[in-house]
Every structure is written in structure tokens, then in C-alpha cells.
Design a protein around this ligand. Structure first.
Ligand code: FNR
Length: 186
């Protein structure tokens, strides 16, 4: 099927923090979208901790999350790095996603990025995120890799991404994700 309607991207931040750099990175992405794309950023705060015993009946926030992913043309995940890995919040969401009868990440174009206050800019977390998403059958955009180290230096106090260089990397990622999505859907 040829992609004719706008590409709807679902943005997922792996951080629940109000002033999260990763949520701010998604907000910057919303300002840099290529033509014919939309970005909806969702919050993972309502997802309960994964428990097989809770699958029946399925908690409403879990059904909501799976539906959001299923309906999106593509997903953009911004991951923090916690102790060299992804956040529990993000892994929890991916675990809930994986257990759906029709797993919504399977065959889904996904791009990943991340911001951290450390010098590696979520490099270690992104390797692990890519591994988990590949296990789920997601089609993870290979490149470019957007890693934002020392996030406190490129976001201002309002959460705006002020580095033009980083904005350029982000814009390139979005263009490549749109192209990747069209290729997958064609
Ligand atoms: C961190 N942080 C961090 N940073 C990093 O670059 N590598 C790491 O391994 C860790 N580990 C880590 C563990 C825990 C428990 C916390 C709370 C923090 C710092 C982290 O990058 C920083 O808190 C970011 O601001 C988190 O992302 P958000 O919440 O701003 O999106």
C-alpha cells in the first residue's frame, strides 16, 4: 500500500519527570517535523507495573497504550539512561506491548534517540533498547543515531532545545524515519 495520508508518529518518552530532557527532545521533534507528518506524544504514567496476573481483565491504560502503538504509522522513542540501561518505565511499557494477542510493535517502523546528563548521551541504553525492540519485531531505523550527552547544556530552563547542531541531528532523524516508514508501507 502506498503511503498517501500524513504519517502519524507516536512519541514515547521513557521518563515521567515533569522537566524530562527526553520529553523535551520529543517536544523539539514536534517543531522539526518534515511535511506530511504528525507527532503525538504520550505519557506512560498510567501504565501499571507488568504482572501476568493482571492480564485478565486487561487494565484500561494497557489497552490504551497498545491501541496507540497499533494505530501509529511509526513510533519515536526517547530513552533516558539509567544505570547504563533503559528506564524501568520504558521497559515496563515494552513488556506490556509484547504480550498483546497482536503485538503492536511487530513490523512497526521505530526510531530511537535519547538524552542524558552523562557524557555518553544514552549510547548504552540505546543499544539495549534496540535489542528489545528487535526482539519485539519492530523495524528499528538503523541510522542516524541521535544521542544527546550533557543534556543540561543544550536545553534551556524552559526545556527548549537550544543547540542548532542537535536540532539538525533531530531533523535528519525525522526525515529518515518518514522515509523509512514509507519504504516499509510500500
Ligand atoms: C541516571 N543518570 C544517568 N545518566 C547517564 O548518562 N548514564 C547513566 O547510567 C545514568 N544513570 C542514572 C540512574 C538513575 C537512577 C538516575 C535517576 C539518573 C542521569 C540521567 O541521565 C538524568 O537524570 C536525565 O535527566 C534523565 O532523563 P530525563 O528524566 O531528564 O528524561
Amino acid at each position: 500500500m502506498t503511503q498517501v495520508s500524513p504519517i502519524h508518529i507516536l512519541g514515547i518518552s521513557g521518563s515521567l519527570r515533569d522537566a524530562s530532557y527526553n520529553t523535551s527532545l520529543l517536544l523539539a521533534a514536534a517543531e522539526l517535523l518534515p511535511p506530511e507528518t504528525t507527532l503525538e506524544i504520550i505519557d506512560l504514567a498510567d501504565l501499571p507495573m507488568f504482572d501476568v496476573d493482571m492480564e485478565k481483565p486487561l487494565p484500561e491504560p494497557v489497552a490504551w497504550f497498545r491501541e496507540k502503538v497499533a494505530r501509529a504509522d511509526a513510533v519515536l522513542i526517547s530513552t533516558p539512561e539509567y544505570n547504563s540501561s533503559i528506564s524501568g518505565v520504558l521497559k515496563n511499557a515494552l513488556d506490556w506491548g509484547s504480550r498483546a494477542p497482536e503485538p503492536p510493535f511487530y513490523g512497526k517502523p521505530v526510531a530511537i534517540m535519547g538524552a542524558s546528563t552523562g557524557i555518553f548521551g544514552t549510547a548504552r541504553a540505546q543499544v539495549q533498547l534496540r535489542q528489545v525492540l528487535t526482539h519485539l519485531g519492530a523495524l528499528v531505523l538503523p541510522k542516524p543515531e541521535v544521542m544527546v550527552p550533557k543534556a543540561q547544556e543544550v536545553f534551556d530552563e524552559t526545556g527548549r532545545l537550544t543547540s542548532e547542531t542537535t536540532r539538525g541531528f533531530l531533523q535528519d532523524l525525522l526525515i529518515k524515519l518518514a522515509d523509512w516508514t514509507k519504504r516499509v508501507n510500500n
